[in-house]
Design a protein around this ligand. Structure first.
Ligand code: HEC
Length: 157
């Protein structure tokens, strides 16, 4: 047997090999299964919260660097879900170019999801309340921009 041979020669190799096997066979699929396939269960109260921050050019410009430095590595600069880190994630990042998805999601729900996070989507509770609402506006703007991109219309920002 292969294993008996290794054991006879090098006990450490057997230990390391077994550890590797356990991580491939047990831990990895468990991590994949742990990815939530269900829609987010955003509390009803959070869904109803109104966005107190109006969408302005200044607000979008103020929050753009934060989106581009952090969110974009997964969600992509354009919001298409194709950031450089996206392919290494067990679950696709949300696409903010998906206007239908965003239409069915309230600002309050977006704010709550950004604050809470889930699985590989980090929690951003450490950002200020203003910054999180500005991000919500930024995501809406990405969706709007994606609708006009095919016309060659450049965003005003
Ligand atoms: C490490 C990768 C990663 C980073 C960084 C990241 N996200 Fe995500 N995000 C995800 C993944 C993956 C999902 C899908 C999670 C799910 O549905 O379980 C997601 C989902 C979301 C959703 C939920 C959309 C919906 O309606 O289902 C929002 C909103 C969101 N991200 C906003 C942001 C914002 C804003 C930032 C930056 C402040 C950000 N994310 C940074 C990976 C990331």
């Amino acid at each position: 047997m292969l294993f008996q041979n290794i054991r006879a020669k090098n006990p450490t190799a057997v230990l390391v090999g077994t550890g590797f096997l356990i991580s491939v066979v047990v831990v990895l699929p468990a991590a994949l299964l742990a990815q939530n396939a269900e829609p987010w269960s955003v509390p009803a109260d959070a869904i109803k919260v109104k966005n107190p921050v109006p969408m302005t050019g200044e607000g979008l410009t103020a929050i753009a660097p934060l989106y581009e430095q952090d969110c974009a590595r997964c969600h992509g600069v354009t919001g298409a879900g194709t950031g450089p880190a996206a392919s290494s994630l067990p679950k696709e990042p949300a696409k903010f170019t998906d206007t239908k998805m965003l239409k069915n999601t309230t600002d309050g729900a977006l704010f709550w999801m950004i604050t809470t996070g889930r699985d590989t989507m980090p929690s951003y509770a450490q950002l200020s309340v203003l910054q999180r609402w500005q991000l919500v506006n930024y995501l809406r703007d990405l969706a709007r921009r994606s609708q006009y991109r095919w016309l060659g219309v450049k965003h005003a920002r």
